[in-house]
Design a protein. Structure first.
Length: 264
């Protein structure tokens, strides 16, 4: 029973780490306009590169394969998806799927819908529907629900990961902050660019940017992320330390716009 409980905790920990919410946040970003913008799917040339990536996830002495993809739904609407299925002795004991749909126009992201579903040893669900015409987000966690006021720039726990690479590459920012809906709260996540490194991966050596989450000085939690500079700032590696527990995600393989990701 204890090992099954560990697998459940591991699934939740890995997926929380994989979501770009844990990945992408930093301070001193210039504030967004406070006026909500109308949401419409204009049929323009996509400005984001689609991809499919596979990762090895490790936590609490267990390992699993995690997947992450970005695909076009229609026009300028994209879907970002994380998924993980955990097996023990060859049998699936649980799975997690996390999805965000958002509008991407002129290097600006407008979230439309977010969902998180965990099944197996224990079930858990989250959902956020963004109603920009009324400036309200409907957020739910299992049987609880809340209505939250929306302002332009508020995002969900997954889609804002797409913003990070653009804020670094296009705006040259070294520190960024994002406002993220989490159940009944709107949290501020803070990160900074720590260094540029050549990282050894299963796909080869990659030029990366190392990013660290900014936390309180007395926090025993540490989150570090590496993004691939030459591959549209795709997530390459993630390490999250929480006291004596460590969660790791390492890229195994990926395709970007149909092209296999390769090393230097």
């Amino acid at each position: 029973m204890k090992s099954l409980m560990n697998t459940d905790v591991m699934m939740d920990r890995v997926m929380k780490t994989l979501v770009a919410g844990v990945l992408l946040t930093m301070p001193t970003l210039a504030p967004f306009s406070m006026a909500a913008e109308p949401v419409a799917a204009a049929a323009t040339t996509p400005t984001l590169k689609t991809y499919e990536a596979r990762y090895e996830a490790r936590a609490m002495g267990l390992s699993a394969t995690a997947y992450r993809s970005l695909q076009i739904v229609e026009g300028d609407i994209y879907e970002l998806k994380n998924s993980l299925t955990l097996t023990v002795f060859g049998a699936a004991v649980g799975s997690v799927t996390e999805t965000s749909q958002f509008l991407w126009q002129s290097s600006d992201l407008t979230p439309l819908q977010y969902s998180y579903e965990q099944t197996g040893i224990s079930d858990r669900s989250e959902r956020v529907d963004f109603d920009w015409s009324n400036n309200v987000a409907q957020s739910s966690h299992d049987d609880e629900s809340w209505s939250l006021p929306l302002q332009h720039g508020i995002m969900d726990k997954l889609s804002y990961s797409t913003r990070l690479g653009r804020d670094i590459s296009e705006r040259g920012l070294s520190e960024v902050s994002y406002n993220i809906i989490d159940a009944e709260d709107i949290d501020v996540h803070l990160y900074r660019v720590a260094a540029e490194e050549v990282l050894s991966t299963a796909a080869g050596n990659l030029n990366t940017i190392r990013i660290e989450r900014i936390r309180e000085p007395d926090s025993d939690r540490k989150t570090t992320v590496w993004l691939a500079k030459d591959w549209d700032y795709m997530l390459v590696r993630l390490e999250q330390i929480n006291g004596s527990r460590t969660t790791e995600l390492s890229l195994e393989s990926a395709t970007v716009d149909g092209e296999p990701l390769t090393g230097l």
